[in-house]
Design a protein around this ligand. Structure first.
Ligand code: GDD
Ligand code: GTP
Length: 409
């Protein structure tokens, strides 16, 4: 049997997800109609022998209350789901070590650890089969990225054939490898011994050199994976399937597209279809059952329409996420955008962003906002016949004229 941990982080983190995270932590932001970590749970529900999923983070417990309620209703017959709160940010391995007794209750043999801020096909069963073929303590999920993007991730050099990880370097300054860590791991429980050693090493280092710049957080990447690689105990399973980080609101749009395209393959019944008397649907589109879409609208591809949204005639939406209770009036056009909760888009108005390329995560470059997804936060009203292009709009704004390439506060 095994357990799974989702590292959900906490409020001081995810600053890059502003302004949308002001109203919702990024791990609960909806992509393809469900919170980011719902997709983790769905993937975990396809693995046999999973007893419990623990969300570990340093948010207040109330943040996850309604999510846990919904998740238990959906997945409760497969596994228990609980939130364990760190009293402060303990690092990516610190929380796992702190709650080691809780985690080891019920005597699980293996432990999946999943970063919350990723979108992935989660080939967990494949990782599991691969894990049983080697003698390591950890299988890490890897993927290839463009060489110029690799430095923003944990980089792996693997031995051809066996896939043993020879070197692990977290966010290296110079190029080491285009094979990177997806932030998805499978551990043997014996990893707690390694964690104990790592914790002791860390404490004695700090005692020897009180001015060291390493803090007392225990980091999975720097404090564990490196030494596991040195001890020949780390292996990589490379996925050719989709994987993306979700750091910025913009990255929610490609993540949304990837999950919707996956639904088209695995759960086509979840997606909207063009039907007589209904709107014209192009490609993968998810429409919440409580949304009202005029039959003269044209939607898709890669669009999610949230609960209680109202879309009028002649509206065109492409590559966008429309959040709860948004109203979009006649002939408005929305491309490459996120429209925040309770916003209102006027007649003939156009909201347009620029598609995100590859693993782009920055919002500004040399102080200038780079072209990206257009983002309207909660409760933004855009009047009729206005064009908003490549803008990020903070909550509770009313826009009466057109804007380009700006952050509107
Ligand atoms: N519980 C807890 N406590 N969770 C944390 C903490 C903490 O103190 N700090 C970070 N996390 C969670 C975050 O919410 C996220 O899910 C995950 O741990 C990793 O976040 P970061 O520490 O911000 O690292 P990163 O995302 O820049 O890089 C990591 O993920 C990449 C893949 O997405 C590294 O593991 C890289 O090596 C990896 O390539
Ligand atoms: P179609 O031409 O409709 O098949 O869409 P497409 O998949 O080729 O998309 P394209 O990138 O050409 O542009 C998106 C669609 O939005 C186009 O069909 C445009 O006619 C339509 N469009 C552009 N601006 C507006 C607008 O201001 N209002 C409305 N209602 N539609 C618009």
């Amino acid at each position: 049997t095994f357990k799974a941990i989702i590292l959900v982080g906490g409020p001081s983190r995810g600053t890059r997800f502003r302004p949308l995270s002001l109203d919702c932590p990024k791990t609960l932001f909806p992509v393809a109609g469900h919170p980011v970590i719902w997709h983790h749970l769905e993937a975990l529900s396809r693995v046999d022998g999973l007893r419990e999923v623990l969300l570990i983070g340093f948010f207040e417990a109330s943040v996850f209350e309604s999510f846990l309620f919904d998740a238990t209703r959906e997945f409760g017959d497969k596994f228990h789901i609980r939130y364990l709160r760190e009293y402060r940010a303990l690092g990516t391995a610190g929380g796992i070590y702190h709650f080691r007794d809780e985690i080891q209750k019920g005597d699980p043999q293996h432990l999946f650890v999943l970063n919350a801020d990723v979108a992935c096909s989660f080939p967990l069963n494949e990782m599991m089969s691969f894990h049983t073929t080697h003698r390591g303590l950890c299988t890490i999920l890897g993927t290839k990225v463009l060489p110029e993007d690799a430095h923003r991730f944990g980089c792996l050099v693997a031995k051809p054939g066996s896939n043993e990880v020879l070197h692990y370097v977290e966010k290296p300054e110079s190029f080491i490898s285009d094979l990177i860590s997806c932030g998805i791991y499978l551990f043997d429980v014996a990893i707690f011994n390694t964690m104990k050693e790592a914790t002791q090493n860390k404490a004695s280092q700090i005692a020897l050199d009180p001015y060291t710049d390493s803090d007392d957080k225990l980091q999975l990447e720097q404090d564990l994976l490196r030494s596991l690689a040195e001890a020949h105990k780390l292996y990589v399973f490379e996925t050719k399937d989709f994987w993306r980080q979700i750091k910025t609101p913009s990255s929610a749009v490609p993540a949304n597209a990837l999950y919707l395209e996956q639904y088209a393959q695995t759960f086509p019944e979840r997606l909207a279809k063009s039907e007589p008397g209904g709107p014209q649907i192009v490609g993968a589109v998810y429409i919440h059952p409580t949304a009202i879409v005029d039959p003269r609208a044209k939607i898709g591809p890669n669009v999610t329409i949230g609960p209680r949204v109202v879309i009028s005639k002649g509206v065109r939406i492409k590559d966008s996420i429309i959040l709860d209770n948004v109203e979009i009036k006649n002939f408005a056009c929305i491309l490459h955008s996120i429209i925040g909760w309770d916003s209102k888009i006027g007649n003939w108005t156009r909201i347009e962003g620029t598609p995100v390329i590859n693993h782009q995560t920055i919002i500004t470059h040399n102080g200038v906002k780079i072209q990206s997804i257009a983002i309207l936060s909660k409760d933004v009203t855009v009047k009729d016949e206005v064009v908003i292009r490549n803008c990020t709009v903070l909550p509770h704004k009313e826009l009466k004229s057109s804007f380009h390439n700006e952050i509107l506060m």
